[in-house]
Ligand binder design. Structure first.
Ligand code: F6P
Length: 324
């Protein structure tokens, strides 16, 4: 059987470059004479029948735009088998015979259930700023988010230096250390706090003091947001009360999720979108498009359904060594 109509959706948190992947899926499929149906707002869009036929111009002028034209959502209903069964019926009624899902590990778990329970052909494309999916070195959006955060920290460093201040800069990453570590290395941060790490206030204070002694005028501590965004305020309070150290807080938040995708994100997303359709045509599913050792390829879906939250952990020592 060859596929006639590919369903395409984004699920979970959006990330810069998702539009490039959408464009690549649509253009590759149409090039090969396969129809594409866009599904709005992730798995919810299947259940709510939000189907839109995609043509060549549906994806015109989107390569440079952040977010996702299909929009996205986190869909708790999809966790229940009866909703997935209903979803497959709705997809089939629409003539959709395969699904491409752009998202993170949670979205891929949803895809795996579709395959396991209904043998519905699925392909995943990793898209999240967190870079935390097992089986792939890279997820679309990470590069752009890191660049956005670096630019923000550079600006903060300018004013921190002028006033000889310490800043706690909170970056995204509920479970993932990747943004914090890469931004920390690239901005020369004096300290990096990982999402689930117990905060060692004494060490933060000692590092800052040591820097001051050798003439440093400013200190930047990168704080991964962890389970509850805003934890920098708790750290600020302890530093003030216990060590009489005044630190300012800057929470970068969702600024990191938007914006025009970097060259790297556009390039990888374009390759992954193209490869996803080619894999379907060769009946290679269920798989995920991945990047390993700098090359885009395919990995079994089951290798990509857990969180890899220690990506970049090896750079913690590098950041520490270079910021003494
Ligand atoms: O998409 C990943 C992510 O940006 C995490 O880094 C962050 O913790 C979380 O999503 C925020 O999610 P929401 O936009 O639903 O608040």
């Amino acid at each position: 059987m060859s596929f006639k109509n590919i369903g395409l959706l984004c699920s979970g948190g959006d990330s810069p470059g998702m539009n490039c992947a959408i464009r690549a899926v649509v253009r590759t499929a149409l090039f090969h004479g396969i129809k594409v149906t866009g599904i709005k707002r992730g798995y919810s869009g299947i259940l709510n029948k939000e189907f839109i036929p995609m043509n060549l111009s549906s994806v015109g002028n989107i390569i440079q735009r952040g977010g996702t034209i299909l929009q996205t959502s986190r869909c708790p209903e999809w966790l229940h088998p009866e909703h997935r069964k209903k979803g497959v019926e709705l997809l089939r009624a629409q003539g959709i015979d395969a699904l491409v899902i752009i998202g993170g590990d949670g979205s891929f778990n949803g895809a795996k259930s579709l395959w396991d329970e209904h043998q519905f052909p699925v392909i995943g494309i990793p898209g999240t700023i967190d870079n935390d999916i097992s089986g792939t070195d890279y997820t679309i959006g990470f590069d752009t988010a890191v660049q956005t955060a670096i630019e923000a920290v550079d600006r903060i460093r300018d004013t921190a230096h002028s006033h000889a201040r310490t800043f706690l800069v909170e970056v995204m990453g509920r479970n993932s250390s990747a943004i914090a570590l890469k931004v920390g290395v690239c901005t020369g941060a004096e300290n990096i706090l990982l999402p689930h790490e117990t905060v060692d206030h004494q060490k933060i204070f000692d590092d800052i003091k040591r820097g001051m002694k050798r003439g440093k005028d400013s200190s930047i501590v990168i704080v991964a947001e962890g389970p509850v965004a805003g934890r920098s305020y708790d750290i600020q309070k302890v530093l003030k009360e216990k060590y009489q150290l005044d630190a300012h807080v800057a929470i970068l938040g969702h600024v990191q999720r938007g914006g025009s995708p970097s060259a790297n994100d556009r390039f990888i997303a374009s390759q992954m979108g193209n490869l996803a359709v080619e894999a379907l045509m060769k009946k290679q599913f269920p798989v995920v498009t991945v990047e390993t050792s700098g090359k885009v390829g395919l990995a079994p879906l089951e290798d990509c359904i857990t969180k890899a939250n220690n990506n970049f952990i090896e750079f913690q020592n590098l950041a520490q060594t270079l910021s003494i």
